[in-house]
Design a protein around this ligand. Structure first.
Ligand SMILES: Cc1cc2c(cc1C)N(C[C@H](O)[C@H](O)[C@H](O)COP(=O)(O)OP(=O)(O)OC[C@H]1O[C@@H](n3cnc4c(N)ncnc43)[C@H](O)[C@@H]1O)c1[nH]c(=O)[nH]c(=O)c1N2
Ligand SMILES: CC(C)CC(=O)C(=O)O
Ligand SMILES: [Mn+2]
Length: 526
């Protein structure tokens, strides 16, 4: 049986050989996948035994092989967790073989529901001794296929690990278990006058947000998960438990050795299972003021953003929605905003400081042709505005029922944003596809949704090509193919190009040191 491969240089002969050996290995479950990020004329996946749906072989192929689960492993996991917290049933496996992204599900062979770190550690030890892959699962809101069980294995659903530790209000930190989501935490700490600002649109698990190094609309002022995590408890592939900053440590800074906390932030389940995160908290600002402003073009909105950022006005949020996105917003969230390229702003501070910042931003917007500067001052109006922004994924998907979207997540230096967005819009016009643009423009990070009809192969091909051109354009402008969603399964083809061979080799060596049998979420990131 050929081993797991991820290459772009298979010959026709090799493909036939691989197919043949897969057919022969009757006891193995084995599929040959054509990577979804390939360009040219290769559509989706080709299952072994069926003709490959492409002629040229300049694509990435992914060979996924896995054995049936050993009965002794199933028995051992059942004795660790009890019958009610293990599942081999199809619906449960199906639910855990997907995320919110556009990829076809790939279910794990078994799902387990540990409730404590010790249980996670025991599960890891058992899987390690049987050489079975482990896939951590939080709320499943990821967008890059990070939870797909490419090689089968055991999915660890961590949402039953409840618990928020003591709130250390004077030292601004709290520890959370994987079952805690960002909204849950914010409700819990509100009465202490504190909040945790990192806000992906979804109500994701905070440990999942550590795993993908998530961010959101507040990152421009408060940073991403990388700036807001003090310590992590991690169960390694062999079951050992690591505290990345040392057990119970929670200082704002430390120069003691390598930064293992940041190593695990964005590791997407490939280095270990995060079983607790110690998070940096912030004081709820005395005043929060939101506003929106319409612009004659995306270009003028982006120019305004660049001017705001270069004037060092401390905006807490600055989000762009283009005309198409605004249409979708009004239709889905029942808002009545003007249909035009729009910036959503928020300012945090004292009453006087937010008024002053908003007024400066209003002047800059007006100087760039902005109009209809409109405030949202009451908590109800502000939360309506930001809920509408956070729901944009579903708002956009609902504009074309039955359509799917390739989601892009590029980030470039703010000075390059205008070139990046203008050229992307040109690409959309040429391709004939539609794709709203929205983004965290203060960070140079934006998303477009390349909508396609899944029944129409040519649209799928065009959508992938467009997304791939965007990612490469971002790289050419000294940016990244993913500002916040992670690499997962979908962005793998760009990693080498973005980071360079030595960098990815070092990552592989780190992975081999922590996970020598390649059992932690194999096939993801690289
Ligand atoms: C509507 C909407 C809007 C947004 C987003 C999604 C959706 C549906 N996202 C993406 C998503 O919410 C984000 O990636 C979360 O961090 C995923 O957290 P989950 O708990 O859902 O991880 P999920 O269960 O989806 O897993 C994601 C990855 O992390 C791993 N993982 C999960 N829990 C782990 C743990 N405890 N230990 C180790 N590995 C673990 C998994 O194995 C997988 O590789 C996003 N993101 C963003 O950054 N900014 C944004 O603005 C948005 N907006
Ligand atoms: C589907 C997305 C584009 C979600 C996201 O990252 C956002 O809304 O900012
Ligand atoms: Mn986003």
């Amino acid at each position: 049986m050929p081993s797991l491969s991820f290459r772009d240089d298979f010959s026709v002969g090799e493909i036939s050989e691989i197919e043949e050996s897969c057919r022969e290995a009757a006891s193995s479950r084995c599929s040959l996948f054509v990577d979804q990020a390939s360009t040219d004329d290769c559509q989706g996946r080709a299952k072994v035994g069926q003709p490959l749906n492409c002629i040229s072989l300049t694509y990435f192929f992914f060979l996924s092989t896995f054995q049936e689960l050993d009965e002794n492993l199933v028995e051992s996991l059942t004795s660790i967790l009890g019958e009610k917290r293990v599942s081999l049933t199809e619906p449960v496996r199906e639910q855990h073989g997907r995320d919110e992204g556009p990829y076809e599900p790939m279910p794990p062979q078994m799902v387990v529901f540990p409730e404590t770190t010790d249980e996670v550690s025991e599960v890891a030890k058992a899987c390690y001794s049987f050489n079975v892959p482990m896939i951590p699962f939080g709320t499943g809101t990821g967008l890059e296929g990070g939870t797909l069980a490419l090689n089968g294995g055991v999915c660890l659903d961590l949402m039953r690990m409840h618990g928020i530790g003591d709130v250390h209000a004077e030292d601004f930190f709290v520890s959370v278990r994987p079952g805690v989501t960002r909204l849950h935490l914010n409700r819990f700490i509100k009465d202490h006058g504190l909040w945790f600002p990192v806000d992906p649109g979804a109500d994701a698990s905070l440990c999942g947000m550590c795993a993908t190094s998530a961010s959101g609309t507040n990152a421009v002022k408060y940073g991403t998960m990388k700036e807001n995590v003090l310590n992590l408890e991690v169960v390694l592939a062999d079951g050992r438990v690591l505290h990345t900053a040392g057990k119970d440590r929670c200082t704002k800074k430390s120069s003691a050795g390598y930064n293992l906390t940041n190593l695990f932030l964005g590791s997407e389940g490939t280095l270990g299972i995060i079983t607790e995160a110690t998070l940096k908290l912030h004081a709820i600002p005395e005043t929060m003021l939101s506003a929106i402003c319409s612009f004659p073009s995306v270009k003028s909105a982006v120019e305004t953003t660049i001017q705001i950022m270069s004037s060092s006005i401390p905006v807490a949020r600055i989000e762009l929605l283009d005309e198409e996105a605004m249409k979708a917003c009004n239709a889905y969230s029942k808002t009545d905003y003007e249909i035009a390229p729009t910036l959503f702003f928020e300012f945090h501070g004292s009453e006087a400081s937010v008024e002053a910042e908003a007024s400066l931003v209003g002047d800059l917007s007006e100087a760039n042709g902005g109009s209809g500067f409109r405030y949202a001052k009451t908590p109800e109006d502000r939360s309506k505005l930001w809920k509408a922004r956070h729901d944009m994924y579903y708002a956009i998907l609902s504009t074309k029922p039955g359509y799917r979207a390739v989601i892009t997540d590029v980030c470039v230096p703010v000075s390059q944003l205008e070139t990046m967005i203008t050229e992307t819009q040109h690409d959309f016009n040429v391709s004939g596809l539609s794709g709203p643009i929205l983004g965290h423009v203060g960070d140079g990070n934006f998303h477009s949704f390349v909508m396609f009809d899944p029944e129409d192969d040519s649209q799928l091909k065009a959508a992938r090509e467009l997304a791939s051109r965007m990612a490469r354009r971002a790289l050419a402008l000294k940016g990244t193919c993913t500002g916040e969603h992670g690499v997962g399964w979908g962005k793998k083809p760009y990693l080498d190009e973005e980071l360079g061979g030595v960098n990815v080799d070092v990552m592989r060596q780190i992975k081999a040191a922590l996970d020598p049998k390649n059992l932690m979420n194999p096939g993801k990131v690289f």
